[in-house]
Write a protein that binds this ligand. Structure first.
Ligand code: CA
Length: 507
């Protein structure tokens, strides 16, 4: 705050023309949105051109298309396979294997699962943790949290985003899903309920109205941004829509668009949640234009884990088609998410756009992940994390300009030492074209083997397990996986005796 006042004073005294106002940053995070839940194609054909699949023709996301036309989208962007691990990775710049929140946080209890590591971080983030909003706040930014938190259980510090460096918190707490998206149902605040359950906090002024939760959050986010602009303070907005997580409440504003689709009722409702989220994005873009700050605002749009689209009985295989698997799974459908980065309005004269020129309408195929936002945003805004603090992410600057970054290690470690939540006790590791999956307890899925191995370049939809035949490659990948886990200080599930750690083995 003191630094902000000093900055404001210097500006008032007449600073050199080169001292442009720091760029505003928006992280627009969508809950449970996989890379196929959009009309914007992310996957590409062999020539690297965007390729449409049937799901792209089902969903309607014109504002994602609008944002992508202004910026770059990544088609190998990786998230953790469930909510809290990704959210904490965004705030800390660390992989879940390192920050140890490897499962979604249950607001009321330790959610380790029967053989989950007893030392996993089920209590989530603490006040004293290094976080992106703390650092942005120190740097003179107004830090605004809107929507879903899910950073810690109800009785712990992480439940309140204001403990983690946010100046403003709108509707965020420990819960991972709203009791209801409907204003007429007070967003899950039930009269006389003994337990708070899945009640969305705040937003009382919309209770008993027809305002859908996504709309209420958007109106509040716009207000908060207006407040920062009015007071000439740069803002960092972390806008985490509760959409499109279950419950699949149909948004009446868009229901007509899907009523003749032939899809199940829940799948239609899900599509309305997607479209409402997309309108939220469009409304924010319009608002930045109206406030005259679009040229100095950088937006990062992303999902927090793979799709959970309720597409019917077969949805476990079809909901992210053609990708295999869904939210929580060890397949790409569990952890591949949409990612778009764009300046809200192009301006070749803007100092920060000169520093980070983002090309329009381009697809970046290199691997990147949710923890990369932390160093990218700090670097752009001229802030460093503490010297002894370990960051697993690396700056996206080169990739954001549309170029290849030969310096970057193309890897992604995804550690899920828990059961049961859609997939059991696994660690997967991508390196270049290859992906290995280690199952701590052999499952039916893995053909009763500890190992699955895929060449994602030749087999992007993970159809042919090469573990039995490509034994040298399997060994090499398992060595990489184990080295990454050691490097990141991962915690391991325990065997049935409750104490012996189960650790990945090289075959
Ligand atoms: Ca999620």
């Amino acid at each position: 705050m003191i630094r902000f006042v000093l900055c404001a004073l210097l500006l008032a005294l007449g600073s050199p023309a080169s001292a442009a106002a720091p760029p505003n940053i928006i992280i627009f995070l969508v809950d449970d949105m996989g890379v196929m839940d959009t009309s914007l194609p992310f996957l590409t054909d062999a020539a690297g051109q965007p390729k449409r699949y049937p799901l792209n023709d089902y969903y309607r996301t014109p504002n994602m298309e609008r944002l992508a036309a202004r910026g770059i989208r990544f088609n190998n962007f990786c998230a953790m396979s469930v909510c809290s691990p990704t959210r904490i990775s965004i705030l800390t710049g660390q992989n879940a294997a390192r920050h140890h929140t490897t499962n979604w946080i249950n607001p009321d209890k330790d959610n380790a699962g029967p053989q989950g590591p007893p030392d996993w971080n089920w209590q989530g983030l603490k006040k004293t943790d290094v976080t992106l909003p703390h650092l942005m706040e120190d740097n003179g930014y107004r830090t605004i949290h809107v929507g879903k938190g899910h950073f810690g259980p109800r009785a712990f510090e992480g439940a309140e985003p204001k403990n983690l460096g946010f100046d403003i918190n709108i509707a965020g707490c420990s819960i991972g899903a709203p009791g209801s998206y409907y204003g007429m149902e007070n967003y899950g605040n039930r009269k006389g309920a003994k337990k708070p359950g899945a009640a969305v906090p705040g937003l009382e002024k919309y209770w008993g109205t027809q305002t859908f939760l996504t709309e209420a959050l958007t109106l509040e986010a716009k207000d908060a941004v207006s407040g920062a602009v009015k007071e000439k303070q740069p803002f960092f907005l972390y806008f985490a829509n509760y959409a499109v997580h279950a419950p699949f409440n149909s948004d009446p504003r868009f229901a007509d668009h899907y009523k003749d689709s032939g899809k199940p009722e829940a799948a239609q409702a899900f599509a309305t949640l997607i479209e409402g989220m997309d309108k939220s994005l469009g409304d924010m873009l319009d608002h930045l234009d109206a406030l005259g700050v679009a040229d100095n605002t950088l937006i990062f749009f992303l999902g927090d884990n793979g799709s959970d689209a309720p597409l019917g009985d077969e949805h476990a295989v079809a909901c992210a088609a053609p990708l295999r698997g869904k939210k929580g799974a060890h397949y790409e459908g569990g952890m591949r998410v949409p990612f778009i980065a764009a300046w809200a309005k192009a301006d070749s004269e803007n100092e920060y756009q000169k520093k980070l020129p983002i090309p329009a309408g381009v697809i970046q195929p290199q691997i990147a992940a949710v923890y990369d936002l932390f160093p990218t945003i700090l670097n752009l805004t001229g802030k460093q994390s503490p010297k002894d603090y370990i960051v697993d992410g690396s700056k996206l600057d080169t990739l954001l300009t549309g170029k290849a970054d030969p310096e970057r290690k193309e890897e992604f470690l995804m550690h899920y030492p828990h059961s049961p939540h859609r997939s059991n006790y696994f660690t997967s590791y991508r390196l270049g074209d290859w992906k290995v999956i280690y199952h701590y307890v052999p499952s039916v899925d893995s053909e009763n083997s500890h190992y699955q191995l895929y060449n994602l370049k030749k087999d992007p939809f993970e159809q042919t397990n090469l573990a039995p035949t490509e034994t040298a490659e399997l060994r090499r990948m398992m060595e990489g996986l184990i080295a990454a886990m050691n490097r990141e200080d991962a915690v391991y599930p325990v065997d049935k005796d409750g104490t012996t750690r189960m650790k990945p083995q090289i075959p």
